[in-house]
Design a protein around this ligand. Structure first.
Ligand code: ZN
Length: 90
């Protein structure tokens, strides 16, 4: 049995000429799941994604800080009105 015959029937058919996910240049896939024309584009894409992740992390931290500040203000306001009520009752 040749290697070709042991492959899934559609394996060869799925290896096609596709556009690189990074640079857009068409290339012949070495593997059916290849998305990039070469190592440079694969690395560049990974780096770009990490930059996006870092920006997303910064955004989430800012959001958490804002939520914390809102929570602190709400807590202070609640404590104040509780104190006010206590004094009015006494
Ligand atoms: Zn490329």
């Amino acid at each position: 049995m040749t290697e070709e015959e042991t492959m899934p029937r559609n394996y060869k058919a799925r290896r096609a000429r596709v556009a690189c996910a990074q640079c857009g240049i068409e290339f012949d896939q070495a593997r059916s799941d290849a998305r990039f024309c070469g190592t440079a584009c694969r690395v560049a894409s990974h780096r770009a994604r990490r930059t996006d992740d870092a920006a997303e992390t910064d955004r989430l931290i800012a959001e958490l800080r804002a939520a914390r500040a809102r929570y602190d203000r709400a807590t202070i306001e609640r404590d104040r009105s509780a104190l006010r009520q206590k004094h009015e009752v006494e």
